[in-house]
Design a protein around this ligand. Structure first.
Ligand code: RP5
Length: 159
């Protein structure tokens, strides 16, 4: 159980969600990508949320924009941890609509919400969740953090 499901409400979300897919691939974590719309394909959403935990997924990353109901609805159906990515999309007013739709979940149904368009952090968080039970991934996270530190040190050289 080490696969991550990356889903989004529309293919128009893909340019943002690609950051999650890329970083997960960098960590050599298996990713399955799909389009699942809360409003346009509600039956597919229900099926995905009900069965993801039986299909080898460990974490679900769900991105949507505007009236962004996908992450919360998936979290209501699935026992897996759900990371929500608010997307500033064509039907967003300023992005706050997406953020608040995903963030303000009722008690009992958590969605770990990252920043607006923060799909890269969603991917890293999913890898960190998998790393709690997979030493190989944990080691990759440690290396990644070392790389971040090194970049800051390098950027300060010669100032
Ligand atoms: C949301 O509506 C999607 O997640 C997307 O962010 C937004 C716009 O979708 P399209 O009209 O571009 O398909 O449900």
């Amino acid at each position: 159980m080490n696969k991550v499901g990356v889903i989004m409400g529309s293919k128009s979300d893909l340019p943002v969600m690609q950051d999650a897919i890329d970083i997960l691939k960098e960590f050599e974590i298996k990713v399955e990508v799909d389009i699942v719309s809360a409003h346009r394909t509600p039956e597919k959403l229900f099926d995905y949320g009900k069965h993801a935990h039986t299909k080898g997924f460990a974490v679900i990353i769900a991105g949507a924009g505007g009236a962004a109901h996908l992450p919360g609805m998936i979290a209501s159906l699935s026992p897996l941890p759900v990371i929500g990515v608010p997307v500033k999309s064509s039907n967003s007013i300023d992005g706050w609509d997406s953020i608040l739709s995903i963030l303000q979940m009722p008690g009992g149904v958590p969605v770990a919400t990252v920043a607006l368009n923060g799909a890269k952090n969603a991917g890293i968080l999913a890898a960190q969740i998998i790393g709690t039970s997979d030493p190989r991934i944990l080691d990759k996270i440690l290396q990644y953090k070392e790389g971040l530190k090194q970049k800051v040190h390098d950027s300060a050289i010669g100032l």
